[in-house]
Design a binder for this molecule. Structure first.
Ligand SMILES: *[C@@H]1O[C@H](CO)[C@@H](O)[C@H](O)[C@H]1NC(C)=O
Ligand SMILES: *[C@@H]1O[C@H](CO)[C@@H](O)[C@H](O)[C@H]1NC(C)=O
Length: 347
């Protein structure tokens, strides 16, 4: 009773407005989520959290092109240190040299100054990252300008994992990587490892540790992505696996639909984590975040089941939408922009 008394009436009114707004927004998000093409990722606590029931407004589903809105919840974003976000990667299980070098090419393409030797006007991974620059925190600070691969470690597979196991792997890895709430930890699992919730609507998840002795009182933001090759290619390697309007998958630029699919999910989670590291940043009432709200959109003219207009490598026939280090090619998701309330890529 005391607790309720302490609420000021304007807070209650504000809450009511937020609830009404949430309902309006959900209907549009629902429309997007129900599309076939997915790379669903999200903030997922290692212990089950009850999903709140929110009534839907069916009429609003008919409204075409209504603006997307991600509310900001007054919490911190990932500004990094000196505008640099350090990324620590943990490979769980077996990844071939070729698989790792493809992943490393992507990570190293997030640095500033990496320029493909192709035409300078071509879209790049670094320019893609700049699509997160519009996001600002309560004090006007934005997301780190570049991401730098700061450390890697390999852990042999010790069996299948729960979401809580993933968190423990991150905690164990801080012995080597250090503990900081201003860096990001990423766990990658190989195609034989099953992970709790993997392929059941998620290709990857992110969360954070609570402050504890084990974490030196830090909240450590982390993400996990699985290799979907054997378990759910059409969910997590699309459009490099059949799905939507595609009877066969597109040719993947790095010759491995599983790894190219992982890179889509990793990119999605990187954008989601930096804009919502502790569950108090930018997200929709149903949990969709900066890049997952744009799921299935990779080029202009995308619609459910079709990824949109992509670049095609004339010699290999591979489809992609950005260049990285050493002219490597990748497919990265569009990112929601606070100024236009729309998803955007690099036109
Ligand atoms: C992991 O899960 C799969 C599928 O349920 C099972 O076939 C496999 O034996 C499990 N691996 C281990 C090491 O328990
Ligand atoms: C593919 O070839 C066409 C025509 O020859 C050219 O205009 C285009 O830039 C090439 N695309 C790439 C990605 O190299």
């Amino acid at each position: 009773m005391k607790l309720f008394n302490s609420y000021r009436s304007d807070t209650v009114v504000l809450l009511m407005i937020l609830i009404v707004k949430s309902q309006l927004r959900l209907s549009h998000a629902d429309k997007i989520e129900s599309s076939y093409t997915t790379h669903p990722t999200g903030l997922l606590s290692p212990t089950p959290v009850p999903t709140p029931m929110v009534p839907m407004n069916a009429e609003l589903d008919q409204v075409p092109d209504s603006p997307l809105v991600l509310d900001y919840h007054m919490g911190p974003l990932m500004t990094g240190l000196d505008d640099v976000l350090k990324l620590y990667v943990i490979y769980y299980g077996s990844f071939s040299t070729k698989q790792k070098s493809t992943l490393q090419l992507f990570f190293n393409s997030l640095r500033q100054g990496v320029k493909p030797t192709q035409v300078s006007s071509f879209p790049t991974v670094f320019k893609w990252w700049q699509l997160t620059r519009e996001y600002r925190d309560l004090y006007g600070d934005g997301v780190a300008r570049q991401v730098v691969l700061a450390g890697e470690r390999n852990i042999p597979s010790a069996g299948n994992l729960t979401q809580l196991d993933i968190q423990q792997i991150v905690k164990d890895s801080t012995v080597e990587f250090g503990k900081s709430a201003r860096v990001m930890y990423l766990v990658l699992t190989d195609d034989d490892v099953t992970v709790e919730r993997f392929c059941m609507n998620v290709c990857g998840t992110h969360f954070y540790t609570y402050p504890s002795d084990e974490t030196d009182s830090q909240m450590l933001p982390y993400a996990w992505v699985g290799n979907p090759t054997k378990q759910c290619p059409s969910l997590c390697s699309w459009p490099y696996a059949p799905g939507g309007l595609q009877k066969i998958g597109l040719i993947s630029p790095n010759g491995d639909a599983g790894i190219d699919g992982m890179i889509i999910t990793i990119a999605t989670l990187l954008a989601n984590v930096v804009t919502n590291p502790f569950g108090s940043g930018y997200y929709q009432p149903d949990g969709l975040e900066a890049a997952s709200v744009c799921q299935g959109i990779y080029g202009t003219g995308a619609f459910p089941g079709s990824p949109g207009k992509l670049l095609v490598d004339n010699s290999s026939g591979a489809s992609f939408n950005v260049f990285g280090e050493k002219n490597a090619k990748f497919l990265l998701p569009w990112i929601w922009q606070p100024s236009t309330l729309k998803c955007a890529g690099q036109e």
